[in-house]
Design a protein around this ligand. Structure first.
Ligand code: FAD
Length: 441
């Protein structure tokens, strides 16, 4: 059982600044070959400047010419496998180390005979979907349903990631969002089939006893996505956090919305459940605001975003401390300062550090992308905190273009891998030197 394998559970008085620098602890379950591969892949990713300049479509073209052998190291590092069967052993090993998964089945929707093909475009964490027709949205919903079933089978304490723009015409989301922003009422009927598909997926998750996570998307769609997520939370979070909504802390209005939603959950009596992220669409949002002549909704600086992120963490933790297990928050970041801030606040407020199956998905969770910031994820897990990896899986030729585009979108993140690369190298050297007793441990 994953919970039983958390070796240092409950010993979190060590969870101060130094904890993440213990390479031996962080990588204790990795083979030396895996460490060397991780270092090589992350070093290659550092040359993102070249990736950033690639034109749209070049990734797909490149996939036609590159031998599978060249792509495999990247696929193996960032993707858990091509199918549920392939990810099962990967997930089992992660669970052995106390890490659960957020599954994102990154394959094109399987259409019924005669149905036209779905299109996807670049996305930061999961894909962005281009609306074509209702039957394509039905096919997307079937893909999400597969991921929900896979969560039950391979990571029952985990989540499936859902993208609302895949489930219907985004024009409806945009219209409803404008109304919400101008203070007008909207009804579920206005979001028609989107709401129907989303509710069906939440119902499936609730019946299976697993969680779903509604990803945050572009600013022009987000109010409607929030509205739908809250409807689902009222319905499915009556006793436990089945549906998590996402708050992008780079948005100037995010803290105000978070405050309101915390109040709403309290007054209406449902379990508040949120994923906190900084936000992945910064460049697009700035360009769109400029083009259409409205104020940029993103904070003016990275420091402002980070300070808001920490304040949002504090708000939810304060609510959690009062409601105890009747709140779930996922701190989804690769930023070590934000993680340390969260842990310090948990300690100050006396919030339980211990995760595991007994928690029923309540409490504080931490998440990073598969293949990124492993030293954070595994250190957190080894100290008994609830650690997660965001896990894309699917056929290689469909996942790789999406991954490379994600690298373009998140290029900034790839420049911040120095700490991880240094720890990887340190651990590889320690293992080589160990037989000669030149290194401790
Ligand atoms: C498990 C998981 C789930 C996620 N789900 C979502 C999701 O549903 N929706 C979504 O949008 N993103 C999502 N993300 C991506 C996330 O929003 C960030 O893009 C990514 O994690 C990088 O932020 P960071 O906190 O990890 O790292 P950091 O390097 O500390 O922060 C980088 C981020 O800071 C912000 N930033 C950078 N420069 C500036 C600036 N000049 N002004 C203002 N802000 C700035 C941007 O948001 C940028 O992405 C998810 C990430 C993870 C790990």
């Amino acid at each position: 059982m994953a919970a039983a394998n958390r070796v240092l559970r409950g010993t979190l008085n060590a969870a101060k600044k130094f904890v993440f620098e213990d390479a031996t602890l962080a990588f204790k379950d990795k083979t030396t070959k895996e460490l060397a591969q991780a270092w090589t892949v992350l070093t290659a990713c550092k040359h993102h400047n070249r990736i950033e300049r690639w034109r749209p479509g070049s990734v797909e073209r490149m996939m036609d010419y590159l031998p599978r052998l060249c792509v495999m190291p990247f696929f193996n590092h960032f993707v858990a496998g091509e199918s549920e069967e392939e990810i099962a052993p990967v997930m089992a090993r992660l669970r052995e180390q106390g890490v659960e998964g957020i599954l994102d089945y990154a394959a094109e929707a399987k259409l019924e005979q005669g149905e036209a093909k779905a299109k996807t475009s670049s996305g930061a964490v999961a894909r962005e979907f281009v609306y074509e027709a209702e039957h394509v949205c039905d096919a997307n919903a079937r893909t999400f349903a597969l991921a929900i079933a896979a969560v039950k089978n391979v990571t029952p304490q985990g989540f499936a990631a859902l993208k609302v723009t895949a489930l219907g015409n985004p024009v409806l989301l945009e219209e409803a969002s404008s109304k919400i922003r101008s203070g007008e009422e909207v009804s579920l009927a206005e979001l028609g089939t989107i709401e129907r598909r989303l509710r069906k997926l939440a119902r499936q998750a609730s019946d299976l006893g697993v969680g779903v996570m509604v990803d945050a998307e572009s600013y022009q769609h987000q109010p409607a996505i929030d509205y739908l997520a809250k409807q689902l939370q009222r319905e499915f979070n009556t006793t436990k956090p089945t549906v998590l909504n996402t708050y992008q802390c780079y948005l100037k209005d995010s803290r105000g919305r978070l405050e309101k939603d915390l109040e709403l959950a309290k007054s209406e009596g449902w379990v508040f459940a949120a994923k906190l992220v900084r936000g992945a669409y910064m460049k697009n949002e700035g360009e769109r605001a400029k083009r259409l002549g409205y104020e940029n909704p993103i904070h003016d600086s990275y420091e402002d975003t980070s300070s808001n992120f920490n304040q949002c963490v504090d708000l939810v933790l304060d609510h959690l401390a009062k409601a105890q297990r009747k709140t779930s928050v996922m701190v989804a970041t690769h930023n070590r300062d934000s993680i340390e801030h969260t842990i310090e606040t948990m300690e100050r407020l006396g919030i339980s550090m211990v995760g595991g199956e007994d928690q029923d998905r309540g409490g504080v969770h931490f998440a990073q992308l598969l293949g990124m910031s492993d030293y954070l994820t595994f250190s957190l897990a080894h100290h008994g905190l609830q650690a997660f990896k965001y896990i894309p899986y699917g056929p290689l030729e469909e996942v790789m273009p999406y991954l490379l585009r994600r690298a373009q979108e998140n290029s900034e993140l790839l420049t911040k891998v120095d700490e991880e690369r240094a720890l990887l190298l340190q651990e590889v050297f320690r293992r080589f030197l160990k037989p000669f007793s030149l290194a401790k441990g």
